[in-house]
Design a protein around this ligand. Sequence first.
Ligand code: TXA
Ligand code: MG
Length: 319
Amino acid sequence: MAVISTQHTSLNAAAAALRSGQLVVFPTETVYGLGALARDDRAVARLYDAKRRPQVNPLISHFATAEAACDAGISSPVAEHLATAFWPGPLTLILRRHTQSPTCLLATAGMDNLAVRVPNHPLALQLIEATGSPLVAPSANMSGKLSPTCAAHISAELAAKCAFILDGGPCSEGLESTVIDCREDTAIIVRPGPITPALILAKTGLKIGFAETPITSDGKVISPGLMTSHYAPNATIRLNATSARDDELFIGFGVPPDGVTPDLSLSQTGDLTEACALLFSLLHDADSRTRHIAIAPIPMADLGIAINDRLMRAAAERP
Ligand code: TXA
Ligand code: MG
């Protein structure tokens, strides 16, 4: 069973556990990660097993510096530009592998590329430095379930399989990193997240779009094949709701319609940054209280694109 710790003195013990092939949960600014030594096949196999994650789904490698992250693969001018602008921060870059890449092939599902990121959280950076090696870290949830944004969200099933849970309080961003494929000349967003196209344009002048959007501006699914169930609570989810049915718990956003009092609110002022930070936390909370959740519409703009991406997957038909 994991030692749950808020003490910095546990860092060295947690780093030693990682070096010996064990798993450690640690906080990042996005969500909590389930860490393992990136170069250690057996540790990575243990991680896939612990999360019950299909081995075809590759992992992100986490580094303490942008230089180390860019050196792990074949970098490019676009990748360097994004790295300089946003690391440490909620951004993941996909690069081509090279023969010296410090991430084992199992962690990248045998592919000739790898995903790298420098998290913006002191505990995460200190842990990577103390370990002396990059860490792969998927979100610290069982595969397909809600992502954890505080230590209390880690399921007992997962906690039983790791040596430490480092508690760094609630995650500031609350949503997984934006993933950008930088392997071709034209970089492209393959997972929407806190770093939006508008933010990228403002900070770098680069115009980067989405790979293929599975949802339209009015929330309809374009390609059902892309809409696999993920980030799912146990409760059912009904999107774009204006009020709750009798058996539903209602999560609002912004000013509710007349006569409607939401049970919970992602942001009473309609602030998307606040909604991002609270999303998984409110879904965990609602899931512990009800079997059916209804959620108010979230605008399909800026951060709303990433929020709707997660909500559509949470609401998708379960396997
Ligand atoms: O914010 C985050 O990115 C968090 C924290 C812990 O760092 N991590 C995270 O990892 O969300 P995970 O495993 O839950 O999601 C990683 C996503 C998956 O959708 C995976 O398929 C994709 O990134 N991915 C990872 N490596 C890839 C690669 N080489 N090529 C394409 N997609 C990749
Ligand atoms: Mg995940």
